[in-house]
Design a protein around this ligand. Structure first.
Ligand SMILES: [Zn+2]
Length: 129
């Protein structure tokens, strides 16, 4: 694309500063590539759900097993050991002769079996396999 001299209309070289015919100065209107920088900044939303991340580390447990252990062996705190609450399990074991842990275990077993899966998982920090 050659430019035209604004003075005489003669075609002049693109890079010419002066018209070679009339000597008029050529405005250097370099056609800049006006690329509309409308490239939207891509907002990549990386959802790092930390709650789910921690959850992935929770051990897999079985709700039915936990419930049955509580009902059948609750007096010995077996379900507590199973659910990773060994400290409480020992308490149950220590007081098993009073039969109170057995009663609590029975109630806990029923609660576990009837509890919402989600609540169970959060309460005992485990995942249902
Ligand atoms: Zn000219």
């Amino acid at each position: 694309m050659s430019k035209l001299c604004p003075q005489c209309g003669a075609p002049v070289n693109e890079t010419a500063v002066k018209c070679e015919y009339c000597g008029a100065s050529i405005p250097s209107s370099a056609p800049q590539q006006t690329q509309t920088a409308a490239s939207q900044p891509q907002v990549v939303v990386v959802q790092t759900n930390t709650a789910d991340q921690t959850r992935a580390n929770w051990p897999i447990k079985n709700k039915i097993t936990a419930g049955l252990l509580a009902i059948l062996l609750g007096g010995l705190g077996i379900h507590k050991f199973y659910l990773g609450q060994g400290g409480k399990g020992i308490l149950y074991l220590l007081f098993c002769w009073t039969y109170i842990p057995a009663i609590i275990g029975l109630i806990e077993g029923i609660t576990i079996l009837t509890s919402n899966d989600e609540n169970f998982q959060i309460k005992y920090k485990c995942r249902l396999g």
